[in-house]
Write a protein that binds this ligand. Structure first.
Ligand SMILES: N[C@@H](CCC(=O)N[C@@H](CS)C(=O)NCC(=O)O)C(=O)O
Length: 210
């Protein structure tokens, strides 16, 4: 058995894993889980990930791993996309945790609500939009400040911190965010997209079985 990725093509969290598997040249089976139809909440899926979410990666020995940041960490070990230096390792985790707490809940969620037809319809969600918009811009401000004068997030080398933050930043405009005032982020997005074996978020990974 090879790696098996449970994912939905609309997911930026899934894109992080698709992109890394592809860039590392690791063969994997791609399993579509239609989250809009609730397929990540079935009893069969909950047996794989009790949290009922994609991406979920099944390892060759059958063990399942959830949470995009944890999956990136697991897969990148021993590759050029995971730093050897202890401080740079911690800095990589710092940015992965930042993405999950201060970025994804705002930028990814507004994209899902405004462009992907996934949530966002209830009065409570509608009332939440301005707050999430402000918090999303705060996250972009943090990134812009850090990237000014730097090429990548950690150690001046492309790594999994970049993948974690790229996934939803490069589609932030579909969540209603204007990136025109963020020149350092814009230049970094282009550097990430120019990395070897890059795939767009809309592209089914080549070599992954359907
Ligand atoms: N913190 C998780 C978030 C995973 C997540 O929210 N996945 C969404 C798609 S992006 C999902 O599976 N939603 C379906 C559901 O909640 O039923 C990660 O980084 O992997």
């Amino acid at each position: 058995m090879t790696y098996r990725l449970y994912d939905d093509m609309i997911s930026g969290n899934g894109f992080k894993v698709r992109l890394l598997l592809t860039q590392l040249g690791l063969p994997f089976e791609y399993i579509d889980v239609d989250i809009k139809k609730g397929e990540s909440r079935t009893e069969d899926f909950l047996a794989l990930n009790p949290n009922g979410r994609i991406p979920t990666l099944q390892l060759p020995d059958g063990t399942c791993l959830a949470e995009s940041g944890a999956i990136l960490y697991y897969l990148a070990q021993g590759s050029a996309l995971w730093p050897e230096d202890r401080l740079e390792q911690a800095q990589t985790l710092q940015w992965i945790f930042f993405e999950q707490y201060s970025h994804e809940p705002y930028i990814a969620v507004l994209r899902a609500w405004l462009s992907e037809g996934f949530g966002g319809q209830t009065p409570e969600e509608q009332a939440e939009i301005p707050r999430r918009r402000a918090k999303g811009y705060q996250a972009l401000d943090v990134m812009e400040r850090h990237l000014t004068g730097r090429s990548f997030f950690v150690g001046e080398r492309y790594g999994i911190a970049d993948i974690a933050l790229y996934a939803y930043t490069h589609v932030a405009e579909s969540g209603g965010f204007d990136l025109s005032g963020y020149p350092a982020i814009t230049a970094w997005l282009a550097r990430v997209a120019a990395q070897p074996h890059y795939i767009p978020i809309t592209q089914r990974p080549v070599g992954a079985a359907a």
